[in-house]
Design a protein around this ligand. Structure first.
Ligand code: CAA
Length: 267
């Protein structure tokens, strides 16, 4: 496997799992323009090369024990005007879309502060695992800003409109336990080691299933969650029917009938 050299992110493959680490520990992994650009490029490289690499899922995490991502880089933002802010916002938004639409599952492994753009990056993953000591927040209004990497849209869809407004308008941080109760986090762990081991285990569990079926169900959920049920059902129907044209579906159903484990190829 060969990937570009990055300065602000790390990438590591462990068997069928890719681990992406935001690597600006001294700045609590704040999202500078460089981080956003490098992450965008890495995801493109993974999409282009995954036929050879065979990754079944990705984990997004932050370097060190203190922060997942403490938000967009505030220092860089102080230099921006309306036009450059729009470009920066678009770069961040497009990155969240790229994470959301990755053809393989992406788990956010939150290990500490997930604030502002950090909470937004986590929300663009398929689901969020976190350590108990993690802190979540959309503190942008405290800076005279609003969430700009998808927070106003995804938070309401995940936790409901009113909770999202309370969260964003107060700018208050919440504990991982509260985030879990709100449905923002799906599982909690005592430390980073356990967190990473659990995320790996979940991807390995998913890896036993049909990659095509996971991809189709991911797209059906992503597209269906924002539209009226009838249109969502149409979209589901198309993805459901498409499954029947895959080798994975033939293999999975045949293996059931033959009482054996399926051998999925992702075709
Ligand atoms: N941007 C740039 N630098 C940041 C940063 C950020 N979002 N968060 C932390 N840092 C830097 C600090 O400036 C500090 O750098 P120096 O050592 O060079 O001074 C270093 O990281 C360590 O941070 P602290 O000394 O502040 O650490 P702490 O333990 O005292 O506090 C914290 C931790 C509560 C997370 C605090 O750092 C903090 O409040 N950070 C900002 C959080 C925030 O407001 N995030 C939202 C940003 S706006 C946004 O994200 C917009 C969007 O939607 C796209």
């Amino acid at each position: 496997m060969s990937i570009s050299n990055f300065e602000t992110i790390l990438f590591e493959q462990k068997d069928e799992v890719g681990i992406i680490t935001i690597n600006r520990e001294k700045k609590l992994n704040a999202l500078s323009e460089q981080v956003l650009g490098e992450l965008t490029q890495l995801l493109e490289e993974i999409k282009d090369s995954n036929k050879d690499w065979g990754l079944k899922g990705l984990i997004l995490t932050g370097a060190g024990e203190k922060a997942f991502i403490a938000g967009a880089d505030i220092k860089e933002m102080t230099e921006m005007d309306l036009e450059t802010a729009k470009k920066f916002g678009k770069l961040g938004q497009d990155l969240t879309l790229s994470i959301e639409n990755m053809p393989i599952p992406v788990i956010a492994a939150v290990n500490g502060f997930a604030l502002g753009g950090g909470c937004e990056m986590a929300m663009s993953c398929d689901f969020i695992y976190a350590t108990e000591a993690s802190i979540f927040g959309q503190p942008e209004v405290k800076l005279g800003l609003i969430p700009g990497f998808g927070g106003t849209q995804r938070l309401a869809r995940i936790v409901g409109r009113n909770r999202a407004k309370e969260f964003i308008f107060t700018g208050e941080n919440i504990t991982a336990q509260r985030a879990y109760e709100m449905g923002l986090v799906t599982k909690l762990f005592t430390n980073k080691e356990e967190l990473m081991a659990a995320a790996m285990k979940t991807i390995n569990k998913m890896a036993k299933n049909s990659p095509m079926a996971i991809y189709h169900s991911k797209m059906a959920v992503n597209k269906g969650v924002d539209i009226e049920v009838e249109k969502g059902l149409d979209s589901e129907l198309n993805y459901f029917a498409s499954s029947f044209a895959t080798e994975d579906m033939k293999e999975g159903t045949l293996a059931f009938i033959e009482k054996r484990s399926p051998n999925f190829t992702g075709k």
